[in-house]
Unconditional design. Structure first.
Length: 407
């Protein structure tokens, strides 16, 4: 039995013996305890009905063992109810049915519900010989309000004792009940409130619970950090929950992560494009703050790479155009040769001379075009070598910056 270290033993005044296969009801003790009729509302038992109960106190020096008890009223049987063990001075409710004359409504008014952040700080962890922040800890204060509306629909009966048994929300590590008005009994996570309700009257009662809990944002979760900076931080900064120093440090974490991402792209030199370089020059925007992350020296290097690659593309474009021109000349020369061949037996030397002259002009043009192509190809090789050197320099600069950030 809970609360006892030994079995419950009752001594009867008159010893009795029973023969084999006999049975008997044996009176052990005739004790008077204090009790009163009450109505009890417990939403865990019924969301809409109040239970009729006898609230008893063990005012004797005896221990009552568990079992079942009969509830009688003026000799009439009302119910057979479970009975919990009782030590001296314990109390309990003995239910014997539901009351239909009382209506109970339980709501959660939105205007009383509160969920706000009350603290922001870094969780610092040691990495090697240095202390570095690992995550951002947000402390939240939550208020949960439950409103009970109870109406006595009877036209004659006054309710002297109406109990509301309220159990706190166990989520978020457990809420703490703060309402003490009309409270007659309270333990951790549970309170009982007592009211008197005249006939045809209604009462409204609000129970407040509070909880404090923490959430974390990993500094490696950039999307969550950016959301915090752009959406949550302005309100917290205005209410002075968040300091400007902590916000600046969070922004620096995001800026540094973005800088490392840019440097990785520079190390993979094939990812340096004109559009990216323009965005790097304009700066990275978080909220209302824009910051150029790359040092000017490295910006000049990647700009030079983009310019050289632009010249290479232009040279390749010219080479392709010249090659297309050569193909067209070859086609036209084939046509002229066919025409000359077809006029071998025709005495029209002036037309043949014209065809030959055209062939000669086009041959001269081909020579000039090939010379231009050779010059462009040579220029492309020089540009490729320059681009290779600049990319190597950019990769070294990026690697050095990453190493300095990790130090």
């Amino acid at each position: 039995m809970a609360g006892l270290s030994e079995p419950v033993v009752y001594n009867i005044d008159v010893p009795m013996s029973l023969k084999k296969k006999e049975s008997a009801i044996i009176p052990i003790a005739n004790l008077t305890v204090t009790g009163v009729k009450v109505l009890q509302y417990d939403p865990k038992a019924s969301e809409v009905n109040a239970a009729k109960c006898i609230h008893i106190w063990n005012s004797t020096t005896s221990v009552f063992a568990p079992g079942t008890v009969c509830v009688l009223e003026e000799g009439r049987f009302l119910a057979l109810s479970p009975f919990s063990p009782m030590l001296p001075n314990d109390d309990q409710l003995i239910p014997y049915g539901f009351d239909s004359s009382v209506s109970v409504f339980r709501t959660f008014p939105s205007e009383f519900q509160v969920n706000k952040t009350v603290g922001v700080q870094f969780n610092i962890q040691k990495q090697g010989t240095k202390d570095k922040p690992k995550e951002l800890i947000l402390t939240h204060h939550v208020v949960k309000a439950t409103q009970y509306v109870v109406k006595n629909n009877s036209t004659l009966r006054n309710i002297d004792k109406f109990y509301i048994d309220h159990t706190a929300d166990p989520s978020l590590g457990g809420f703490v009940i703060k309402t003490t008005e009309n409270c007659i009994k309270s333990v951790t996570g549970w309170s009982r409130y007592q009211f008197s309700i005249p006939a045809q009257k209604e009462i409204t009662f609000l129970v407040i619970e509070e909880a404090t809990h923490s959430t974390s944002v990993l500094l490696s979760a950039l999307t969550s950090l950016i959301t915090f900076i752009t959406r949550t931080a302005p309100t917290l900064l205005e209410s002075k929950v968040l300091s400007q120093g902590v916000l600046d440090e969070v922004k620096n974490v995001v800026f540094q992560a973005e800088l490392v991402s840019i440097l990785r792209k520079i190390q993979q030199s094939d990812q340096i494009t004109d559009r990216l370089v323009k965005s790097w020059k304009e700066g990275y925007l978080i909220g209302n703050e824009k910051k150029v992350l790359l040092p000017q020296k490295l910006l000049d290097v990647v700009s030079q790479i983009v310019e050289l690659e632009r010249k290479m593309s232009e040279a390749s474009y010219k080479v392709n155009n010249h090659n297309e021109y050569i193909k067209k000349v070859f086609l036209n020369q084939d046509r002229l040769r066919e025409n000359i061949k077809s006029m071998e037996k025709v005495h029209n030397s002036s037309l043949v001379d014209r065809y030959l002259k055209d062939l000669s002009v086009e041959e001269d043009s081909l020579i000039r075009t090939r010379a231009v192509i050779d010059q462009l190809e040579e220029e492309k090789l020089k540009l490729q070598e320059e681009v290779k050197n600049w990319k190597h320099l950019a990769s070294l600069e990026a690697a050095a910056l990453i190493a300095s950030l990790d130090a």
